[in-house]
Design a protein around this ligand. Structure first.
Ligand code: ADP
Ligand code: AMP
Length: 213
């Protein structure tokens, strides 16, 4: 099963993608996580990506597509995957569609986690990410056992640079201009499913399971 998670930054794509990956035994592929891991390691790719990420802009398609196609061509992705944060532009979606078509394959579901902008700004301000393993928390909704410390690895929890309010506003603008058109794109392909992302996390997940079966 090949699944795409759509939705604004902070809508809960990563949260739900992890739950889907666990339940259905699929790899969770997040381009944001791949970029952040490269930034942390100081690779050439990380240095290039950081220039855009810090401003709330998209990393150029050419670079992003190369990273994604390389990742999904690995053996663990042969039976499917959950894509989180990719595609984010129509050209990215077209490249993915073409690569899959060459294998006689296609996306099964594009799940739009729908959350209005006003909820997003609040969510992002409360999100905390582990600098070591990337796990995410929310100060109100998913607090760690000890404040500021990751439950999983003991790493330090921080407010991501791109989750600061000014950058969030930029990211939302970029989302509406460049990513939202994908909803129509996948609607036309007949694979779009919309879930109400303002519900409790477990209710959002239940709605997704009802779709995936
Ligand atoms: P995305 O991957 O779409 O950017 P995340 O999954 O990281 O979003 O979620 C953004 C923030 O909102 C996180 O801090 C997360 O814990 C929290 N969150 C996710 N889903 C919900 C929900 N249904 N209700 C409240 N908070 C949520
Ligand atoms: P995310 O963790 O998905 O919110 O992504 C964090 C940042 O990484 C984004 O704001 C972009 O700068 C960059 N990024 C992640 N995925 C993509 C993508 N598919 N296309 C372009 N930039 C991306």
């Amino acid at each position: 099963m090949k699944i795409i998670m759509l939705g604004a930054p902070g809508a809960g794509k990563g949260t739900q993608a992890k739950l889907i990956a666990e339940k259905y035994g699929l790899p969770h592929v997040s381009t944001g996580d791949i970029f952040r891991a490269n930034v942390k390691e100081g690779t050439q790719l990380g240095l290039e990506a950081k220039k855009y990420m810090d401003q709330g802009l998209l990393v150029p398609d050419e670079l992003t597509v190369r990273i994604l196609l390389d990742r999904v061509s690995r053996p663990d992705c042969s039976a499917g995957y959950v894509l989180d944060g990719f595609p984010r532009t129509i050209p990215q979606a077209q490249v993915l569609e073409k690569a899959l078509a060459e294998l006689g394959d296609q996306i099964d579901f594009a799940i739009d986690v729908d959350v209005p902008d006003e909820n997003i700004v609040r969510r992002m301000g409360g999100r905390r990410a582990c600098v070591t393993c990337g796990a995410t928390y929310h100060m109100e909704h998913v607090p760690p056992r000890t404040e500021g410390i990751c439950d999983t690895c003991g790493g330090e929890l921080i407010l991501r640079e791109d989750d600061k309010p000014d950058t969030v506003k930029n990211r939302l603008k970029v989302y509406h201009e460049q990513t939202q058109p994908l909803i129509d794109f996948y609607q036309k392909k007949g694979v779009l499913r919309v879930v109400d992302g303002t519900m409790d996390m477990k209710d959002v997940f239940e709605a997704i399971v009802a779709i995936l079966g």
